[in-house]
Design a protein around this ligand. Structure first.
Ligand code: XMP
Length: 230
């Protein structure tokens, strides 16, 4: 897909097209535009967060999305409210151009809103401090299909959980893994165990050359090899 082509509305369509999702947790507004300029034509998906919303505001985020119309914007909202409120927040995010929203899976089936035109991705396991998540891991994986979620987030340092989720979910759902780079997981190792995308924050945006860092990490992720990950 070229930068000029219309962006897909569904993250599942980007499986294999792109493997690295830069996380933009930047605290200076202008850095969002500078980084997106650096990554132009390469990046297919970016993850924004509460840091983004608190730094550039909803109108800033709307503009960032409009200025980068070839990129799928995923909001790491980590929602954990009741169904009605989760649905309201996700709907407002959709209105400003967000295509996918991450929410907690532990809130359970009844609290996951059914969204027609937005990907919902359930956080199933954290990279750190995740004992309570992991105690509910099988439950969260089980409800993915029931709630029509697009997939799950599982820490890249949990290869066994990634492999288990992939075996249960099959190929029609996405697995996103953070923890790559700054937190020590080698690029390609979450993918080698079954993830589709690796979320990379500081290892890209704190690099002296984010474009080169992205290209290198994307290349390593593309050559995912389980033997390098032991
Ligand atoms: P870094 O800079 O560590 O950023 O590459 C990671 C990004 O992923 C988000 N995120 C998580 N990070 N464990 C993490 O360490 C998780 O379970 C997790 N889930 C999401 C984080 O918010 C940052 O944007």
């Amino acid at each position: 897909m070229t930068a000029e082509e219309e962006m897909t509305d569904r993250i599942v369509d980007l499986k294999g097209v792109s493997r690295v999702i830069p996380a933009l947790d930047l605290t200076k507004p202008e850095r969002y535009w500078a980084l997106m300029r650096e990554l132009r034509g390469l990046v297919k998906i970016v993850k924004v967060s509460w840091v983004t919303l608190l730094t550039i505001g909803p109108e800033g985020l709307r503009k960032l999305i409009l200025d980068n119309s070839d990129v799928y914007f995923l909001m790491d909202a980590k929602l954990a409210d009741v169904n009605f409120i989760n649905g309201l927040i996700a709907g407002r995010l959709r209105e400003i151009g967000i295509r996918g929203v991450i929410m907690h899976g532990f809130v359970g089936n009844v609290n996951v809103p059914r969204m027609e035109d937005l990907d919902l991705i359930l956080l199933a396991s954290m990279t750190s401090g995740g004992e309570l998540y992991d105690a509910n891991f099988d439950y969260v994986i089980k409800i993915v299909k029931d709630v029509n979620a697009a997939g799950v987030v599982i820490g890249g340092n949990k290869p066994n959980l990634i492999a288990r989720a992939r075996a249960i979910l099959g190929s029609g759902y996405v697995i996103l893994s953070p923890g790559i780079g700054a937190q020590g997981v080698k690029p390609g190792c979450a993918i080698a165990h079954g993830a589709d995308f690796e979320i990379v924050g500081r290892a890209i945006y704190e690099s002296s050359n984010p474009r080169e860092a992205f290209i290198r990490i994307e290349d390593e992720a593309r050559r995912a090899d389980i033997n390098r990950c032991k």
